[in-house]
Design a protein around this ligand. Structure first.
Ligand code: C2E
Ligand code: CA
Ligand code: CA
Ligand code: CA
Length: 287
């Protein structure tokens, strides 16, 4: 939060006397300011791309879905990782346009795969700023209605904190989505503040176990216990589980033993450009 305030002060100071203050602005704030400036033109300059990370069946390693992940290659800053530009975009409101653009791209790619006879579900990330807007669920439902896409092939990834901030609104939005057949996943499950009593009242289809637990599961007994608890909770509530950030074969084996069916991570595939993903699933279909 301090950085946000400093950023605003820096912006105000910037009108007219930027150079005077420039020496006092920390490199971190300068970096954010530069990202802020450049990000405003990112879509217009066609600097954004959607990459896809396959989600596989752990046992067969068959690709069943893909998560859409935004990539930004700026003429001045180069490739900027989402962890650096998403927070800036959430701050200046650009996240709405970016997420809407990403969704449209992802839905049209998924439609293309479906027309090609491949049953690949697509997952998109939803930002908190966007989720708070009442119209988000309506908008998404409308876009899908106007497309040829089967709503059950679309899933939205939201975080626990988004559900807990305004549980009533969240519950309404999720109900709308469920009625339309769109799936909902809770992202980074286990890392946030979650209320288990509430969880059962939310119509959620899937929990995604955060990669922090997966990367520690073989060296930290507690991480493994948490994964076991999440899997059993999900199964009790009739939800699917996806383990994120699987990097090693022993992790895959252990997760299978624990009853987890789906996963994603570098062991299988890193996120890749759309055309590469399209080729990959075409090849899978031939096998
Ligand atoms: P996330 O939703 O948890 O996405 C998973 C991140 O883990 C991705 O990072 C992915 O590249 C990375 N990852 C996947 N497998 C592995 C693995 O085996 N090991 C390791 N170390 N990392 C792995 P990425 O693409 O840098 O995205 C970071 C975060 O930025 C995402 O976390 C998501 O919260 C956010 N994000 C990305 N694209 C979008 C978007 O279009 N909209 C919104 N609102 N957020 C986005
Ligand atoms: Ca995600
Ligand atoms: Ca995640
Ligand atoms: Ca994450």
């Amino acid at each position: 939060k301090n950085a946000d305030i400093a950023l605003m002060q820096a912006k105000q100071a910037g009108r007219g006397k930027f150079n005077f203050y420039n020496s006092e602005i920390s490199p971190e704030i300068k970096d954010k300011l530069e990202i802020d400036n450049q990000l405003r033109h990112a879509l217009a300059k066609s600097e954004c791309k959607v990459h896809y990370q396959p989600i596989v069946e752990l046992e067969s390693q068959k690709i069943v879905a893909a998560e859409a992940l935004l990539r930004w290659n700026n003429s001045k800053l180069g490739q900027v990782p989402p962890d650096r530009f998403i927070p800036v975009a959430e701050n200046n409101g650009l996240i709405r346009d970016l997420d809407q653009w990403t969704r449209r791209m992802a839905f049209s790619h998924a439609q293309f795969w479906a027309q090609d006879g491949k049953a690949i579900a697509v997952s998109v990330n939803v930002s908190a700023v966007d989720f708070e807007q009442t119209s988000l669920a309506h908008d998404i439902i409308q876009i899908i209605k106007n497309s040829e896409l089967d709503p059950s092939m679309v899933s939205l990834e939201i975080t626990e904190s988004m559900l807990m901030k305004d549980p009533e609104h969240a519950s309404d939005a999720l109900q709308l989505l469920r009625n339309s057949g769109i799936k909902v996943a809770i992202d980074d499950f286990g890392t946030g503040y979650s209320c288990l009593a509430h969880l059962q009242t939310f119509p959620v289809n899937r929990l995604k176990i955060d990669r922090a637990f997966v990367s520690n599961m073989l060296k930290d007994a507690n991480a493994k216990k948490i994964i076991a608890a999440i899997i059993s909770l999900a199964h009790t509530l009739d939800m699917e589980v996806v383990a994120e950030g699987i990097e090693t074969e022993p992790q895959r084996q252990e997760l299978i033993n624990m009853g987890c069916k789906l996963g994603q991570g570098y062991l299988f595939y890193a996120p890749m450009p759309a055309d590469q993903f399209t080729e990959l699933i075409a090849k899978q279909q031939q096998d």
